[in-house]
Write a protein that binds this ligand. Structure first.
Ligand code: AHR
Length: 518
């Protein structure tokens, strides 16, 4: 390995904790889209892989190993045209409907069989030990339908709806905490203006919250759909308060989380120039900027509240992923490095970020797992999630990186299309839990390895583990059924220089996990 004489320093400030990293930051989105649910998760009875209740166990085992904390479902755009009662009861009696947004499975047909519904989703979540996060239908539904779904999932009394649940095999409630009030309601979820959505949100949240009070433990957490533009969020938050006061507290009590979505690409999935390689990494940094803007808007309109920010769709969306192929694309090392950089940015904002969901879990967009008819395998991005899972629930520590930057022109966002951006060539985040400090860092340089000096504020540390992903692999290498083992982590040397200083050699285009005892 060639190490050029480029010094990078990472300082981990243990005296400056940022906040607890919600485990939910490592969540995913599973939509009725292409082969995510149908084929990737659900194969029914006629299957070529081991299943339980129609759910493929190879996918379950991979996601279980990630400690997947939360799954958002049923969409995405699909959520605002989904009627939850369609997905209940004997499968052969469930209605076959249009799916106006996406084709399903390998068939290029925009139709929804409803074979996978609420009970199947809850079953899947239980197999994974994951929290369900449901998005209700705002665009084409009504508040009654949404509250009925909450009653079905969470009420433990004796009503027509809870009897229906018992008839479907679930005597006990599912206790779903997270409820999204629609999805992208500025776009596919109804094309509302911020003011119109504020009215819709108030109406839906009024009834969901109202019913929450009569349920056992008032546990619903409601998510409003925000936008990556500042003005949308500000207009929404301002208009939300334009009602007379009612009940206890302010209208902002209706809101527990505000969500934003961010996708990025540059070049194609497997072919990209150096400029495009770095431009993708520059674009990935927009997730952090989106969070900062949303946090400022919340600070302005709802100061003193603890409304969290959720990035409930994020990831790489290449031009190859289109409607006709169910948004499938190849998953490369470059994509995985961009995920590492996003996860570092999420960790660093642990004080305001309450959840994030990469899009999507299986086969679609920047998926973690890919499947064919008889096997399932992890993508390079899966390996990053696996390496980062040690941060879940730990306390994020302020981390300062002193490194070179690469200038990238015109990343083409809506705020500064012509501006020049800087991509730090090393990204890092750190957390502490039970006397152990965990540092993740990536050398984003496409060609050059580098020596990185990590200083953890401490009289001294004991190195427990140092691993690297992707060392020596080209940035455009993508996962297939037969090569998935090439992306597994390797142990690397880490030198303990005393006084909390550890030196590691990071190969070009690699992601490292360094664990030390303090
Ligand atoms: O993840 C694919 C789609 O992207 C989702 O359905 C939608 O919410 C977003 O625009």
């Amino acid at each position: 390995m060639q190490i050029r004489d480029m010094q990078t320093e990472v300082h981990v400030a243990r005296h400056d904790p940022v906040g607890r990293i919600s485990p939910n930051v490592y969540g995913q989105l599973s939509e009725h889209l292409g082969r995510c649910v149908y084929g990737g998760i659900w194969v029914g009875e006629d299957d070529g892989v081991p299943t339980e209740n129609g759910i493929r166990m190879d996918t379950v085992e991979l996601l279980r190993d990630l400690n997947t904390p939360v799954l958002r479902w049923p969409g995405g755009c699909f959520a605002d045209d989904y009627h939850w009662t369609d997905g209940l009861g004997p499968r052969e009696e469930r209605p076959r409907r249009r799916n106006m947004w996406w084709t399903q499975g390998r068939d290029n047909l925009p139709e929804e069989s409803n074979a996978f519904g609420t009970e199947e989703f809850m079953d899947f979540c239980e197999m994974l030990g994951t929290e369900p996060y449901l998005a209700v239908n705002v665009g084409a539904g009504d508040p009654d339908e949404a509250v009925d779904w909450a009653e079905y999932c969470n009420y433990d009394g004796d009503t027509e709806i809870t009897r229906l649940r018992a008839k479907n095999g679930s005597e006990e409630p599912h206790n779903v905490t997270y409820w999204g009030v629609g999805n992208e309601n500025w776009g596919c979820g109804g094309r509302f203006s911020p003011e119109q959505y504020a009215e819709q949100f108030r109406r839906y949240a009024n009834y969901l919250r109202g019913f929450d009070r009569v349920m056992a433990d008032e546990s619903l957490e409601l998510v409003a759909c925000g936008h990556i533009t500042d003005s949308w969020n500000r207009r929404f938050l301002e208009h939300l308060a334009e009602c007379v006061s009612f009940g206890q507290g302010t209208v902002y009590n209706l809101l527990d989380h505000l969500s934003v979505h961010r996708y990025h690409h540059s070049g194609s999935d497997t072919e990209f120039t150096d400029d495009q390689y770095y431009r993708l990494l520059a674009r990935a940094r927009q997730v952090g900027e989106d969070i900062d803007r949303a946090a400022e808007a919340l600070q302005l309109f709802a100061p003193g509240t603890d409304i969290g920010i959720i990035v409930d769709e994020w990831g790489v969306w290449h031009p190859e992923a289109v409607f006709d192929n169910g948004l499938e694309q190849e998953n490369t090392v470059r994509d995985a490095l961009s995920a590492a950089s996003v996860l570092d940015d999420l960790n660093k904002r642990a004080d305001v970020v309450s959840m994030a969901n990469i899009a999507q879990t299986v086969n679609v967009l920047q998926c973690l797992v890919q499947t064919n008819e008889d096997s399932a395998w992890p993508t390079p991005t899966y390996r990053v999630f696996d390496l980062y899972k040690q941060h879940m629930g730990a306390t994020a520590l302020r981390t300062v990186v002193d490194t070179e930057v690469r200038a990238v022109k015109s990343i083409g966002n809506e705020f500064n299309a012509d501006s020049e951006h800087e991509v730090p060539l090393v990204t890092a985040s750190a957390s502490e839990q039970d006397g152990q400090v965990y540092v993740t860092l990536s050398n984003l340089h496409r060609d050059d390895a580098r020596e990185i000096t990590v200083t953890v504020e401490s009289d001294g540390v004991t190195i427990e583990d140092a691993q690297a992903l992707f060392g020596g692999l080209p940035a455009d290498l993508y996962s297939t059924e037969t090569n998935a083992e090439r992306f597994t982590p390797e142990e690397i040397e880490a030198e303990n220089h005393g006084d909390g200083t550890v030196v590691v050699d990071a190969p070009a285009g690699s992601t490292l996990g360094l664990s030390v005892q303090v």
